[in-house]
Structure formats: structure tokens, C-alpha cells
Design a protein around this ligand. Structure first.
Ligand code: NI
Length: 199
């Protein structure tokens, strides 16, 4: 009889342990399914023409967001050249897409500095500047990183995230453009994004 009680007790203990494990696994599983992280936040800055540019200006239009700065030696000008080229290839369709170039160096990238710099690129690219706080909070909403790096004397350069974010017509993150992927791939991504726009 004693042996039977031990077996019974062991079975109950095992069942209890199994139940705890099931609950534990379930808890872990439900925690490990991440809710999609929102990328992007409301834009309210100044464009290269000296006008206030807000999220309302993007209503119903897909757009692209790229953080950079005009003193950037390579990545930013290359990206802006590439975007200009894609806009040219899109033809009339390009009017349905708004590329945004947001400076992470508002100290040097004033409205005038942006206006001068942007003459080298497609005029439909909207360059944006604002206060350091405004820029920092927008970058944060895009999970973009930037940092001032002293280069000796009074000089400095900026370290920054080089992601080109694609946002759909509802302002939802819908992917990225990779500078290194073939032009056709980039063009296809933009066409797909624009395709959702009627008219
Ligand atoms: Ni750059």
C-alpha cells in the first residue's frame, strides 16, 4: 500500500510539474511574439524653402525618410543622387512619392544651407531642418541614431543611421530602400508603394 501511495504521489507531482511547465511555456511564448514596433512619428519641421512642413503635407502620400547632413562626404550625397535618379525613372509617378531628407546637423544645416545644397538634386526632394530637440525626437521615433564626432579644431562630422525608410500613404513603415540593391529592385519597391495610391 505504501508503495502505491508513493507512485500515486509521484504521478500527481509529475502532473503538477507538467501543468506548471505548460503555463510557463505559454507565458514565454506569448511574451516572445513581439507587437510590431511602430517606426516613424509626426513630422513638423522647416523645409529648404523656409516653409513649415508637417505631417499634414504628407496626407495620403507615400514618402521616404532619410537622415543625413550636407557636410557628409559620401553616403548622403550618394543616396540623394540615387533618389534623384529613381525619381527621374519614375516619371510622372514620382509626383505621388515624397522623399524627405532630414538633417541631423541643424547647427550647420540651416534653411539657406539646405536650399543651396539641394540645388544639386531632384527639386521634389524635401530637405528638412529644425531645432536640435525637434530633430532628436523625430530621429528617435524612427529609431535612427546620430552623433556628433569631433574631427579636431572646431571641426566635426556626424555619425548617423543611413537607412532610407519607406512609409506608406497612411504613414506606416513599409520597408527600406537599400542603396546597394539593384536599381530595378529599388524602383520596384517604390512602384509598389505608389501603386496603392489612386489616381
Ligand atoms: Ni551621411
Amino acid at each position: 500500500m505504501k508503495a502505491l501511495r508513493i507512485v500515486q504521489f509521484s504521478l500527481w507531482a509529475l502532473a503538477g510539474f507538467a501543468a506548471v511547465m505548460v503555463v510557463f511555456q505559454y507565458t514565454i511564448a506569448s511574451r516572445s511574439i513581439p507587437a510590431p514596433l511602430p517606426i516613424g512619428g509626426p513630422i513638423e519641421l522647416m523645409n529648404q524653402h523656409g516653409n513649415r512642413f508637417t505631417q499634414a503635407d504628407l496626407e495620403g502620400k507615400p514618402y521616404g525618410v532619410f537622415f543625413g547632413f550636407t557636410h557628409c562626404p559620401e553616403v548622403c550625397p550618394t543616396t540623394l543622387m540615387e533618389v534623384s535618379s529613381l525619381m527621374a525613372q519614375l516619371g510622372d509617378e514620382a509626383d505621388k512619392f515624397v522623399p524627405l531628407f532630414v538633417t541631423v546637423d541643424p547647427e550647420r544645416d540651416t534653411v539657406d544651407a539646405l536650399a543651396r545644397y539641394m540645388t544639386s538634386f531632384d527639386p521634389r526632394i524635401v530637405a528638412l531642418t529644425g531645432s536640435t530637440d525637434e530633430i532628436a525626437s523625430l530621429a528617435k521615433s524612427y529609431r535612427a541614431y546620430f552623433r556628433k564626432v569631433p574631427t579636431g579644431g572646431q571641426g566635426y562630422t556626424m555619425d548617423h543611421t543611413a537607412t532610407f525608410y519607406l512609409m506608406d500613404l497612411r504613414g506606416q513603415f513599409s520597408g527600406t530602400l537599400d542603396l546597394h540593391e539593384p536599381a530595378e529592385t529599388k524602383l520596384a519597391k517604390l512602384k509598389r508603394l505608389i501603386g496603392a495610391v489612386k489616381g
